[in-house]
Design a protein around this ligand. Structure first.
Ligand SMILES: Cc1cc2nc3c(=O)[nH]c(=O)nc-3n(C[C@H](O)[C@H](O)[C@H](O)COP(=O)(O)OP(=O)(O)OC[C@H]3O[C@@H](n4cnc5c(N)ncnc54)[C@H](O)[C@@H]3O)c2cc1C
Length: 414
């Protein structure tokens, strides 16, 4: 059933019903366009819903400069997107859906019930009211030679003509939720350069925990602790031991830098401070106190409160000679080297680095080589730590692309 656009309406297609695609749909529908949104999965917003399972952290309340710095090399491009729709505007928009938000003690912003489902429900209701047509189980397969979109549907393959198309296909992690990165060769075949998708906000593997350590501590949170890259500033927080290595918020915060160091040098060493609230001198002084007949474990627990997984890490990552010498032991407790060998696979990561580079897009997020085709969301080449920065940039880029499509279509009509 090929669609033929009535000349009076602006007929647009969106491929991908994540936060970026849905936001573009709202902007386009409000701008008077006819919007058909296609998603390969049986329902839209699956990754968004999963992001809400452990507490939907939708944005961050920190000052603009600090916020933008989270986007590293791409902060200039993300700043341009957020100029029109920043964290405060996103919160207002959420409130407009009847969902209250609150700022947590870390500055992270959450919907008041911490869940994504009520927000998505209210949003889909609004999109239906705006006339957005959502077609699930429609997988985009690329383009026909005449430029129409190829879609695999439950009724077989269809070709859809579209005046302007947004690709909002997500990154390459958690493929079972829909964003599988299968779009990369489709764009490359049309001459669009795509930076390889790489894991971001991901866990890392170590050379191998001892069986005793892995069996006892896999899943254990390590806190408080701080981690520093060899020449970097320590960051305090929490991470988790896994069967293969480490993961969790503190590791994710450093994941881009760790991943790049591994790519350059084959491995990356981080230093763990197991007692971040105590100075080296305090630790050494405590260790020098007479221990009598007490075991080292009891001495560490009694004098320094170091036990459980943190004491386990110390045993696992230090040698007998270090543990026998109070000066060396204190140094190890304050800067325990942990060598990371490789990131965990992309599919397990929270998000992807890589994707369509901003250089391939104009300021409206339209592909320079494919006029009328726009891109938004995680499929663009930027990355950010967890903390709400991912979703904020996905929403803002979806909005920018929607406005860009209206502008481009309007110019064509004129
Ligand atoms: C476990 C987890 C927790 C997270 N927690 C947070 C958090 O708390 N805060 C935060 O900011 N971010 C979080 N994120 C990241 C955030 O969910 C993503 O960055 C965001 O969903 C990306 O939005 P998007 O619209 O670009 O892509 P997606 O949400 O991935 O949506 C892309 C859509 O495109 C569809 N699609 C893909 N290919 C095709 C095709 N060929 N044809 C048709 N449809 C297709 C997919 O089915 C999917 O629905 C989390 C991610 C994970 C995995």
């Amino acid at each position: 059933m090929p669609h033929t656009a009535p000349s009076s309406t602006l007929r647009t297609s969106i491929i991908g019903g994540g936060p970026a695609g849905l936001m573009a749909a709202e902007v386009l529908a409000r701008g008077g366009a006819t919007v058909d949104l296609y998603d390969a999965m049986p329902s839209v917003g699956r990754k968004f819903l999963l992001a809400g399972v452990g507490g939907m952290n939708i944005t961050h309340a920190e000052a603009r400069e600090r916020f933008l710095a989270r986007y590293g090399e791409r902060q200039a491009q993300i700043a341009a997107l957020l100029a029109d729709f920043d964290a405060a505007a996103l919160r207002e928009w959420i409130h407009g859906l009847g969902i209250a938000t609150f700022v947590g003690s870390s500055g992270r912003v959450f919907p008041s019930d911490m869940k994504a489902a009520p927000l998505l429900r209210a949003w889909l209701r609004r999109l239906r009211e705006l006339g957005v047509n959502i077609h699930t189980r429609h997988r985009w397969l690329g383009w026909q030679p005449d430029g129409s979109l190829r879609l695999a549907t439950p009724e077989g393959e269809r070709s859809i003509a579209s005046e302007a198309t947004l690709l909002a296909l997500g990154g390459g992690s958690w493929a079972r939720l829909g964003s599988d990165g299968a779009w990369v060769p489709l764009l490359e075949a049309r001459g669009i350069p795509v930076a390889p998708l790489r894991p971001s906000n991901c866990g890392f593997e170590v050379a191998g925990w001892s069986t005793t350590f892995a069996e006892r501590f896999a899943g254990a949170p390590v806190k408080p602790v701080s981690i520093a890259l060899e020449d970097g500033t320590p960051r305090q927080g929490e991470f988790v031991i896994t069967a293969h290595g480490v993961e969790g918020s503190l590791v994710y915060a450093l994941s881009a830098e760790i991943r790049e160091r591994i790519a350059r040098g084959g491995s990356a060493t981080v230093r763990l401070d197991l007692l971040p609230q105590k100075s080296l001198e305090q630790v050494e002084a405590a260790l020098r106190k007479p221990r009598g007949s007490k075991s080292l474990s009891n001495h560490l627990r009694g004098r320094l409160g170091l036990d459980g997984v943190r004491a386990g890490l110390l045993r696992e990552l230090s040698d007998t000679a270090t543990r026998a010498d109070p000066t060396r032991l204190a140094a190890a407790i304050k800067a325990l080297p942990l060598r990371l060998l490789r990131p965990r696979p992309l599919d397990e990561a929270i998000s992807s680095a890589g994707g369509v580079p901003f250089e391939a897009l104009d300021e409206r997020l339209m592909l320079r080589e494919l006029p009328g085709v726009f891109c938004a969301g995680e499929m663009l080449d930027w990355e950010a730590p967890t903390g709400g920065y991912l979703l904020t940039a996905c929403f803002a880029s979806g909005r920018a692309a929607g406005l860009g499509m209206l502008d481009w279509l309007g110019n064509r009509r004129r």
